[in-house]
Design a protein around this ligand. Structure first.
Ligand code: SF4
Length: 479
C-alpha cells in the first residue's frame, strides 16, 4: 500500500513497544533531535524576527493556496513555454504509470533519484521494480536505507536511526572491496564513489521539487550533497515529481521561504545547493538534460483543499521541524509510525491522503503538548488539526469531508462521552455525581490493566473539589 511502510492499523501498538524497548534507538533519536533543536535555535537568535518570518512564511503559503487552481494553470503554461513537459496525476497509480511510461519512451535503463518525499508517498520505487526497472537512490541517507532494504525514518534525514558502526558493516558486506571502517569521511567517500559511477552512466534522473514558481515556470530544489544537481543535469531525461500544493506565486516569495526552510530543517543558514531549473538544455548549451518533465501529483490534496480548516495542512514545506520537536517522535523514531511521513505532519497528512480507516490509531500517538505547532515555520496549527482528525475519526456525521471518517467510533465509548458531557453540562448533577464518586471510591471497579500498566492508578479524592473549597472558605475566611 503506497504511503505506508507497514500496516499502521494492525500492529502500531507492537511497533511502539518495540521502539520503546530499543535503548540504542532511543539514544540515537534523543541525541539527534536535541542536536537539531539546538542548531535551529542558534539560527534564530531574535525571537521577534523569527515570529515575523513565520508570519511571512504562513502568508506566502496561504496566498498561494488561496489561488491554487490559477497558479497551477499559470505554472503549467510557463513551464510549457520554457520547454518543460507537464503531466497531471490524480492518484499514486496514475503518477507511477506516467513516470514508468516516460522512462519506457526514452528507453531508460539506468535511473538515479534525488531525495523526494513525493516519490516515497506514491511508492515509485516499488512501481518501477514491478515494471522491471531499478532506481538507485542518490541521497546518501536514502542510499543507505535503500541498500539495507529499509525505509526512511525522517523526512529530511532518512538514515538518522542508523549509527556509523552499522553503516560500516553494511558497506563492508555489500560494496565489493570495501574494508570495514567507522571513519565517517571514508564511509562518505565510499558512498560517493558508488554514486558518481551511477551518475556518470544514468540516462534518467528523478527528483522532487521544494517549490515551483508559477510566475516564471521554475522548479526549485534545495539540497546539500550535490546529488540533486547531478540527478537533474547529467542524465538526458529529468523527471521532477511534486505535490500540487508546492506551487508559489512569484520568485520574490522564495527568499523568505529559503530563510525558513534550511534553518528549520537542519539548522543551516542556507543549503549547499539551491537549484533553479527552468527548462531543458538549449541548443547553445553543452550540458543539461534534453527533456524535462514535471509530474504534478494530486493524490488526495484536492480533498484536503476543499475543507477550509484542513487546508492549512497544505502549507507544509516539509522541513521536519515538527518531528524534531515532538517528544513522541523523539522516543519512537520514524519507523514505528509505519507511514512515509512520520511525526506530527504525518499524523495530519496521512489520514487525509489515505483515509482515517487506513491510518488506524495514528492520531492518538500525540500528547497535544503543542511543541510541533510552535516550531512550524509556516504556522500550521498541527495540534488543532490532530484534534480535528480525532473528532473526524469518531464522528457519525455522514457529511464529514475526511475519507474513512467514523471508523474509530465505538458505541461504548460514545455512550461514556455522552454521559460525561451531560454531567458536565449540569452543575447540580455534576456535584451530585462527584459527591457520590468520592463517597463510594473504594467500591469503584479497578481500571483495566491496559490503562494501569504504564500509568498511576486513578482514584477519586476523599472529598470533591467543591466540598474542599467550601470547607476552606469556612475555615479560611477571605481577608
Ligand atoms: S508541518 Fe510545519 S514543521 Fe512540520 S514539516 Fe511541515 S512545515 Fe515543517
Amino acid at each position: 500500500m503506497s504511503g505506508f511502510t507497514s500496516q499502521p492499523d494492525q500492529d502500531f501498538g507492537v511497533r511502539i513497544h518495540e521502539a520503546l524497548e530499543d535503548a540504542e534507538l532511543r539514544e540515537s533519536f534523543h541525541g539527534a533531535m536535541t542536536f537539531l533543536r539546538e542548531k535551529r535555535r542558534s539560527q534564530f537568535p531574535d525571537p521577534d524576527a523569527l515570529e515575523n518570518l513565520r508570519d511571512s512564511g504562513a502568508a506566502i503559503r496561504d496566498r498561494a493556496l488561496a489561488k491554487l487552481p490559477d497558479l497551477l494553470e499559470q505554472l503549467e503554461d510557463r513551464c510549457r513555454h520554457n520547454g518543460i513537459q507537464v503531466h497531471w496525476a490524480e492518484t499514486s497509480d496514475e503518477a507511477n504509470a506516467i513516470i514508468t511510461g516516460l522512462i519506457q519512451s526514452v528507453h531508460g535503463q539506468r535511473i538515479v533519484k534525488g531525495k523526494s518525499m513525493a516519490t516515497e508517498e506514491i511508492g515509485l520505487n516499488t512501481a518501477l521494480e514491478a515494471a522491471g526497472f531499478t532506481c538507485l537512490e542518490s541521497d546518501m541517507g536514502e542510499y543507505i536505507v535503500q541498500q539495507a532494504g529499509e525505509t526512511p525514518s525522517h523526512i529530511i534525514m532518512p538514515a538518522i536511526h542508523r549509527n556509523k558502526a552499522s553503516i560500516a558493516r553494511q558497506f563492508a558486506d555489500q560494496i565489493p572491496d570495501t574494508p570495514y571502517t567507522e571513519d565517517v569521511d571514508e564511509l562518505i567517500g565510499t558512498g560517493r564513489r558508488v554514486l558518481r559511477q551511477a551518475f556518470a552512466h544514468a540516462d534518467v534522473g528523478i527528483s522532487g521539487v521544494n517549490f515551483a514558481i508559477a510566475e516564471t515556470g521554475t522548479l526549485c530544489l534545495v539540497e546539500n550533497e550535490g546529488n540533486g544537481r547531478m540527478s537533474t543535469t547529467v542524465p538526458d531525461t529529468h523527471i521532477a515529481v511534486m505535490g500540487i500544493e508546492k506551487v508559489i506565486e512569484k520568485l520574490a516569495d522564495l527568499p523568505d521561504l529559503m530563510r525558513l526552510l534550511p534553518r528549520s530543517a537542519t539548522g543551516q543558514a542556507i543549503t549547499t545547493y539551491i537549484n533553479l531549473i527552468s527548462g531543458p538544455r538549449r541548443d547553445d548549451e553543452c550540458d543539461g538534460p534534453r527533456q524535462v518533465h514535471l509530474v504534478l501529483v494530486d493524490n488526495g490534496r484536492s480533498r484536503i483543499y476543499a475543507d477550509r480548516e484542513l487546508r492549512a495542512t497544505l502549507r507544509c514545506i516539509r522541513c521536519g521541524a515538527c518531528m524534531n520537536h515532538c517528544p513522541v517522535y523523539e522516543r519512537l523514531g520514524g519507523h514505528a509510525y509505519g507511514t512515509v511521513y512520520p511525526g506530527p505532519i504525518g499524523q495530519v497528512v496521512m489520514p487525509q491522503l489515505f483515509g482515517l480507516d487506513k491510518a488506524g490509531k495514528l492520531t492518538q500517538a500525540c500528547s497535544l503538548n503543542g511543541a510541533c505547532g510552535e516550531a512550524c515555520p509556516v504556522r500550521i496549527p498541527l495540534p488543532d488539526l490532530i484534534r480535528r482528525l480525532r473528532h473526524e475519526g469518531v464522528t457519525d456525521d455522514p457529511a464529514s469531508p475526511v475519507r474513512g471518517h467514523g471508523r474509530q467510533r465505538q458505541a461504548s465509548e460514545a455512550l461514556i462521552w455522552r454521559v460525561w458531557a451531560t454531567i458536565h453540562a449540569h452543575p447540580r448533577l455534576y456535584r451530585l455525581v462527584t459527591r457520590l464518586a468520592t463517597r463510594s471510591r473504594r467500591l469503584l471497579p479497578p481500571l483495566p490493566r491496559a490503562w494501569t500498566a504504564r500509568r498511576a492508578r486513578l482514584e477519586p479524592a476523599p472529598r470533591s473539589f467543591h466540598e474542599q473549597m467550601a470547607q476552606r472558605r469556612q475555615t479560611e475566611p477571605r481577608p
